[in-house]
Design a binder for this molecule. Structure first.
Ligand SMILES: Cc1cc2nc3c(=O)[nH]c(=O)nc-3n(C[C@H](O)[C@H](O)[C@H](O)COP(=O)(O)OP(=O)(O)OC[C@H]3O[C@@H](n4cnc5c(N)ncnc54)[C@H](O)[C@@H]3O)c2cc1C
Length: 454
């Protein structure tokens, strides 16, 4: 077999997982692996940016899992500072911004996500920061360091999703007063309203301003043109920094311009092997693709690193000749604001309604540890279950330290299509420092199964 070339566009989670997996399976004499990355970093953790800005984790280098040089030592040719400008699907050739061309046998597109930027006046002003790449973290850190020392700094965070919440927390941790402005009625839109209200109350309890149901009209600028506040349809909020957390769509413009099939969510349309449905030697992985919901089978776009890594690995395996499949997503996600841990998985009630399920919801309260053990904190678990069958459809968890990771038990149960009764009978662990004798997850499942049995 003649030596083939895998060309990868995008050097982070999706792209480098694919490159590394293909390299593991095929030696350099069989497969040449070439990566084009427009930035200077590879395999970096955007997830760590808020905590780096907050001074809770070390330097920029700690957020890089593997540098370009480390990848090169493993037999992957990495071209940093190299932006792919165009893909010619007929000629199997990619042209870079500097005019160089790269031929391929297999192409893997992993261009990531594109932060939502609505057409708001002043959004491009200095002092307005996105949170996407390590350079953004660097810029926000510099802006905080440059704040005047004679008064506390002020930040306005636009958006109440998990990036907005994480940034709000760390900005407060750095001593700034924080206002969070969101268009939705509650933060964390993929929680049910009763759970979102608890998040909102926790944020206000931390001293943050949370301004819901507000449409941003303008980023206000001072005489130097620098952002100095945000005007909404209901008020004005002063700011030294404006930080954007308005959501993430797929960055699929390069693929679309080339003529690759795009799905209804705007992501690159791939099958379960991560292969383009329209061009068989092209694959895609990560935030740029459309995936599907594991329960409903419906198309979904969920921009999370967990999926990007797994999808890249699947694509790398398949390209290297080893069968693999990506089995879809449940939208399992975990974050925190202050001491409140927030987890969700599967369908929330709105999604269950849209999917046409007849379902019930139950909220059960408990403690994270045995009540008598130091540090026991409140925890609430919400289950969404199919009426009649008792099958678990969704779960949400809010609570103090140790609460959040319980969402993984729910995700596993939902993934395995278990009923609430089966979950309640499962052999879950117990010791006083970790849970009461019956963990709140098991209690919630038992409450549902009893109700289902009438
Ligand atoms: C602040 C923040 C916190 C997060 N926290 C979490 C978390 O806690 N848990 C979680 O699971 N996920 C989290 N995520 C999401 C996670 O970071 C992403 O899902 C993941 O990085 C996606 O990987 P990717 O490879 O698809 O895309 P990206 O990480 O966006 O990488 C795409 C790469 O492609 C490059 N590129 C794009 N276009 C071109 C081109 N034309 N030519 C060459 N190179 C190009 C980009 O420079 C980039 O390096 C977070 C994201 C952010 C921003």
């Amino acid at each position: 077999m003649s030596r083939q070339r895998l060309l990868v566009i995008g050097g982070d989670a999706g792209g480098m997982s694919a490159a590394a997996q293909a390299r593991r399976i095929r030696g350099e004499d069989e497969l040449e692996v070439v990566v084009l990355e427009q930035g200077e970093d590879t395999s970096f953790s955007a997830c760590g940016i808020p905590y780096w800005v907050g001074g809770l984790v070390g330097g920029r280098g700690d957020l890089v899992a593997r540098t370009p040089e480390e990848h090169r030592r493993r037999g992957i040719q990495v071209h940093t500072g190299t932006r792919a400008e165009a893909v010619d699907l007929d000629a199997c050739r990619v042209t870079a911004a500097d005019g160089r061309t790269f031929d391929y046998d297999h192409l893997l597109i992993a261009t990531g996500g594109r932060p939502t930027r609505p057409p708001i006046e002043g959004l491009d002003a200095p002092g307005v920061f996105g949170v996407h790449r390590l350079d953004d973290g660097e810029r926000i850190r510099a802006a905080i360091d440059a704040l005047p020392s004679d008064r506390p700094g002020r930040a306005v965070v636009l958006g109440g999703g998990y990036i907005g919440l994480e940034m709000a927390e760390v900005l407060q941790h750095r001593g700034l007063s924080v206002d969070v402005v969101l268009a939705d009625p509650l933060p964390m839109g993929l929680l049910d309203a009763d759970m979102g209200e608890r998040v909102c109350a926790a944020m206000r309890g931390m001293g943050m301003g949370v301004h819901t149901d507000q449409a941003v009209r303008e980023v206000l600028r001072d005489a130097d043109g620098r952002a100095c506040g945000v005007r909404t349809d209901q008020g004005t909020y002063d700011a030294d920094l404006v930080v954007l957390g308005l959501g993430m769509g797929p960055e699929a413009r390069l693929a679309e311009a080339a003529g690759l099939g795009i799905g209804v969510t705007g992501g690159i349309d791939v099958d379960a092997t991560m292969r383009s449905r329209t061009h068989e030697n092209v694959f895609a992985a990560g935030d740029c693709v459309q995936t599907y919901h594991h329960l409903t089978g419906e198309p979904a776009h969920v921009a999370l690193g967990t999926h990007a890594n797994k999808q890249g690995r699947v694509a790398g395996s398949v390209i290297a000749g080893r069968p693999a499949r990506f089995a879809g997503v449940l939208g399992t996600a975990l974050t925190k604001v202050g001491d409140l841990e927030i987890g969700r998985t599967g369908l929330c009630t709105t999604q269950a309604e849209t999917a046409g399920f007849d379902f019930r919801t139950d909220v059960v309260e408990g403690t994270t540890r045995a009540g008598y053990y130091p540090g026991a904190e409140e925890i609430a678990v919400k289950l969404i279950t199919e009426s009649g069958s008792g099958r678990l459809l969704g779960g949400q968890v809010l609570g103090g330290q140790g609460a959040g990771k319980r969402v993984d038990v729910l995700a596993t149960a939902i993934w395995g299509r278990m009923t609430a009764e089966e979950l309640s009978e499962s052999d879950l662990s117990y010791a006083p420092p970790f849970s009461p004798t019956y963990d709140v997850v098991a209690v919630a499942a038992r409450v549902v199964s009893r109700a289902e049995r009438g």
